[in-house]
Design a binder for this molecule. Structure first.
Ligand code: PHE
Length: 455
């Protein structure tokens, strides 16, 4: 497979928006607010920001290095950089992980389409909190409807992937990301102008340090990884489409800042509204699908706000499903020497299969569990709690232990044309500190730390 005919993103803006699209997703708008709610508000946000700064940006720069240096897909990159070694495991872990994440992510993404339809037909109006809960449960445990929406969402992703890197991914991101940002700002303004919104803002902005404990720190680190799409090969794949003039350092900083901004704005959009209507901020994962429609329906023009919100969620999810799909498509296209469209068809069909089973596991297949988890939760658990931190840790180890520092520096400074301040500190952290830090998250997520410390 030749690498010189490879696609690249066409512009600097395209690079940023496509990569921000990969990072910004359900993780920012659904998972972040619920984690903030469950972990005590502002104190969690503060630690999250520290994690983003110290861990997120350096690891993202490292993934960009691997992708652009090799100009290959997530698995091929390691074959180019460390031929004949076991390091390619990192890439396979990423490709498989992307596949499995899509297996549940596309189901949740499909739900957003159902809620968009409901908001359009006005059927969310006039419901009580109990009715919202019951309807969500009936819908998500059903057979055909959720699978149909999942299939439609995969179909939308497929169409964009088939259009290619520049015409598909880049163009779609250039339209969707600004729209997403505008909708988010409009919803924030609406939320903070509600009566008693200040209580929600205080929850977000005034840290209560007594709430900080090790589990909060570790959850914040895990969330930073998920939100920035680190450890899955997505950033390696996208950066393989970066041109040689792309500044990897500033791109990583810009993407991280925008991703964080969206997460914080999502908090500002959700919590003032939740407090204003006297709903518990600790609602958990159902915050977005049960609590929020309930909040919106109590506002004037409720249906419209619900519609706008679920369109926002669908857009954010779509730019992430594209990036996950691309990881597997690029891998099959380049490593298995098949055409891009054939690779995309296989990936979509595979994801539809996993998606259908994980959707059914919320209903008819719910009694089939492994370790108490149904298939949907199992995919979530295996990817977010095992494959992602493992990938992140190994990526740091790979660059810290295996890559020649001169090559690393040359790539990150565009052959010495841009500066990299604190390069030695960065290289030292990659080699020792981050693998250990991420190893700790990993052990904690698996519950092994508690077992080791006997807590
Ligand atoms: N970062 C995405 C989100 O916040 C999720 C994701 C994880 C996407 C890993 C790609 C890879 O929703």
């Amino acid at each position: 497979m030749t690498t010189n005919k490879r696609a690249t993103f066409g512009s600097k803006l395209g690079v940023i928006l496509a990569t921000v699209g990969c990072a910004v997703g359900l993780g920012n708008i659904w998972r972040f607010p619920y984690m903030v709610g469950a972990n005590g508000g502002a104190a969690f946000i503060l630690i999250y920001l520290v994690c983003i700064l110290l861990l997120g940006i350096p690891v993202m720069i490292t993934e960009f290095f691997i992708g652009r240096h090799s100009h290959r897909n997530a698995a091929g990159a390691f074959k180019v950089m460390a031929p004949g070694t076991k390091w390619s495991f990192i890439g396979y872990n990423g490709v498989l992980g992307a596949f499995l994440i899509l297996g549940f992510y596309s189901v949740v993404s499909g739900w957003t389409l159902e809620y968009i339809l409901q908001a359009c037909t006005g059927s969310l109006a006039g419901k009580s909190a109990a009715e919202f809960t019951a309807e969500f449960e009936t819908f998500s445990s059903g057979i055909f409807r959720p699978i149909l929406w999942t299939a439609l969402f995969i179909g939308m992703t497929h169409v964009i992937i088939m259009s290619g890197v520049k015409k598909g991914i880049e163009r779609a991101s250039k339209v969707m990301m600004p729209v997403l940002f505008l909708i988010l700002c409009a919803l924030c303004v609406r939320s903070v102008t509600l009566p008693d919104a200040s209580e929600g803002l205080r929850f977000l902005l005034q840290p209560d340090f007594s709430k900080i404990r090790s589990s909060v720190v570790l959850s914040a680190m895990g969330q930073a990884f998920f939100s920035l799409s680190i450890g899955m090969g997505c950033l390696i794949t996208y950066s393989s489409y970066f041109g040689k003039h792309t500044n990897l350092q500033t791109t990583a900083i810009q993407v991280t800042l925008l991703d964080t901004l969206v997460a914080v704005l999502a908090g500002i959009m959700i919590f003032p509204a939740v407090f204003s209507f006297g709903i518990a901020p600790t609602a958990g994962p159902e915050l977005v699908f049960i609590t929020l429609p309930n909040v919106f329906e109590q506002m004037p023009l409720g249906n419209l706000w619900s519609l706008v919100f679920f369109v926002l969620l669908a857009l954010a999810a779509l730019t992430s499903t594209i990036s996950l799909h691309e990881v597997a498509t690029a891998y099959m296209h380049e490593e298995w020497q098949m055409t891009r469209s054939r690779a995309a068809v296989y990936v979509s069909l595979g994801v539809l299969f996993f998606g259908s089973i994980s959707s059914l596991s919320m209903g008819v297949l719910s009694e089939y569990t492994i370790g108490g988890l149904n298939f949907f939760d199992l995919l979530d658990y295996i990817t977010a709690k095992i494959m992602l931190p493992l990938g992140g840790m190994l990526i740091c180890l790979f660059v810290g232990q295996r890559v020649d520092k001169k090559i690393l520096k040359a790539e990150l400074t565009n052959e010495g044309t841009i500066p990299f301040y604190f390069f030695n500190t960065y290289a030292f952290f990659m080699k020792y500190l981050w693998p250990i830090a991420i190893g700790i998250i990993f052990l904690n997520e698996l519950g092994l730390l508690r077992w080791l410390t006997g807590e």
